[in-house]
Design a protein around this ligand. Structure first.
Ligand code: FAD
Length: 417
């Protein structure tokens, strides 16, 4: 493909922005990445590391609405909403309720299954090209239940996953222990899927991918975009908070949970919330964990990483500014100890990140409605790492104006207009 004269500007240096930069650069474009925080500081650097291609179900669903009051009553339960944030959350929550029907859940799950169907292959393609394959562990994933009745109650979810093409096998306790001998008596049964891999350190992926791109000629600049500059149906570039203007031929908005302010400036309203999540990384857990494990009835996960065992989860709606409440991370450690009696929970490092979440759990991968040279790549919620490389590939095709191999209509920004 012939390179364009001007630059393609990617706003955002998280994993979505970097994946877009990778595929855009591969098309022969001059690419500049603008990132407000350091490359090693984004949400993409501290997450659970899962390439969770099997995790196609949206958060919304009839069961979620039924459980919400129970979760909210427990101050350290899986879901919390800070009181001061309730008025701002209401429009998002209203749309979330609209996505809770059985039919909508099926539609959204199928959309995600289509998007994530190539996730593992797209990660592999980027890792091969960048010589970073050693960062990934292809160990599948385990889902642990503490009761047969708990597993039975989730049967409709597993049926829907199967309908979406996800492959998995049920396991009884002995089967669980074969994969993860550290599990204690609470682990009763579960499922195993191979449609899953994990990064040994998501920060290392971000930093190494950025280093590869820099060496290949992609420009990086730590700065904050204040304004999108537009004229007659075309974006001209951006204005930084310093006042400096950067011109661009094309712009990709990949600013994670901060993207809504920028899309709104272009006449594209979007319902986007920070769904804050927490984890603790234990350098010396004193147990061996082999693969990614989800504790399905208690809504937390653990990942064996290069620097220790990472245990986390939680959904907290408190906006982008409120200080973290690390008691949430500590509550998850206490829960983990009930499943893993020999786990040493002392001395971990705590972390909080902002999942950029839409009310229907599917991302925005879309051209802008009013400016033909602007594209959106944000809103990946719980699955931003998983969907990153596929998103980058699709965005590069959209920018180039070539046909994409996925029906992108469920991901279009016009659903918010
Ligand atoms: C606890 C937790 C566990 C998770 N586990 C997983 C998992 O196992 N698997 C998975 O797939 N996903 C997981 N996620 C979700 C995943 O981390 C996110 O979906 C993903 O990191 C989002 O990437 P992003 O690039 O869109 O945003 P971010 O990583 O937040 O990056 C946003 C970038 O935009 C920049 N930016 C913002 N505003 C501006 C501006 N105005 N000007 C310039 N730059 C700007 C920021 O500086 C940053 O560089 C998890 C999230 C959390 C919180």
């Amino acid at each position: 493909m012939a390179p364009t004269k001007g630059e393609t500007l990617v706003i955002g240096g998280g994993i979505i922005g970097l994946a877009c930069a990778f595929f855009l650069h591969r098309q022969g474009r001059a690419v500049r990445v603008i990132h407000a925080v350091g490359l090693d500081e984004s949400t993409s650097c501290g997450n659970a590391g899962g390439i969770a291609a099997a995790e196609v179900l949206p958060l919304s669903g009839p069961g979620v609405l039924l459980n919400t009051p129970k979760w909210l009553i427990d101050p350290l339960g899986p879901l919390s909403i800070r009181t001061a944030h309730i008025p701002r959350l209401l429009p998002w929550f209203w749309r979330f309720i609209g996505a809770c029907t059985v039919e909508k859940r099926r539609y959204l799950a199928q959309a995600m299954a289509t998007l994530l169907g190539t996730a593992l292959a797209d990660h592999e393609a980027v890792l091969d090209a960048t010589r970073l394959s050693h960062l990934v562990a292809k160990k599948g994933a385990l889902f642990v239940y503490k009761s047969r009745s708990g597993r039975h109650a989730s049967q409709p979810d597993w049926d829907l996953r199967r309908d979406c093409g996800v492959q998995f096998e049920p396991l009884e306790r002995a089967g669980l222990l074969e994969f993860e001998p550290a599990l204690g008596p609470l682990a009763a049964c579960g499922y195993r899927t191979e449609d899953w891999a994990h990064y040994r350190d998501p920060a290392e992926l971000v930093v190494e991918l950025a280093a590869y791109l820099k060496a290949a000629g992609v420009q990086f600049e730590q700065a904050e975009v204040d304004e999108m500059r537009c004229q007659e149906g075309n974006a001209r570039g951006v204005k930084l908070t310093t006042g400096r203007i950067i011109d661009a031929d094309h712009i990709v908005v990949a600013a994670g949970a901060w993207s809504a302010r920028l899309s709104r400036q272009l006449g594209d309203p979007v319902s986007l919330e920070s769904e804050r999540g927490y984890n603790t990384t234990l350098a010396q857990p004193h147990i061996e964990v082999r693969s990614f494990v989800t504790f399905s009835e208690d809504y937390f996960v653990m990942t064996p990483m290069r620097m220790g065992l990472r245990i986390g989860g939680a959904v907290e709606f408190a906006g982008l500014q409120a200080p973290p409440n690390y008691n949430r991370a500590r509550a998850l450690l206490r829960l983990a100890k009930t499943y893993l009696p020999d786990l040493h929970t002392e001395g971990g490092s705590e972390w909080m990140g902002h999942r950029p979440s839409t009310p229907d759990s599917v991302p925005v991968i879309s051209p802008a409605q009013h400016y033909s040279n602007v594209f959106y790549a944000f809103g990946h919620g719980h699955l931003g790492l998983t969907g990153s490389m596929t998103t980058g590939r699709l965005i590069a095709d959209l920018v180039a104006g070539v046909p994409v191999d996925v029906d992108l209509s469920p991901f279009h920004i016009k659903r918010f207009s």
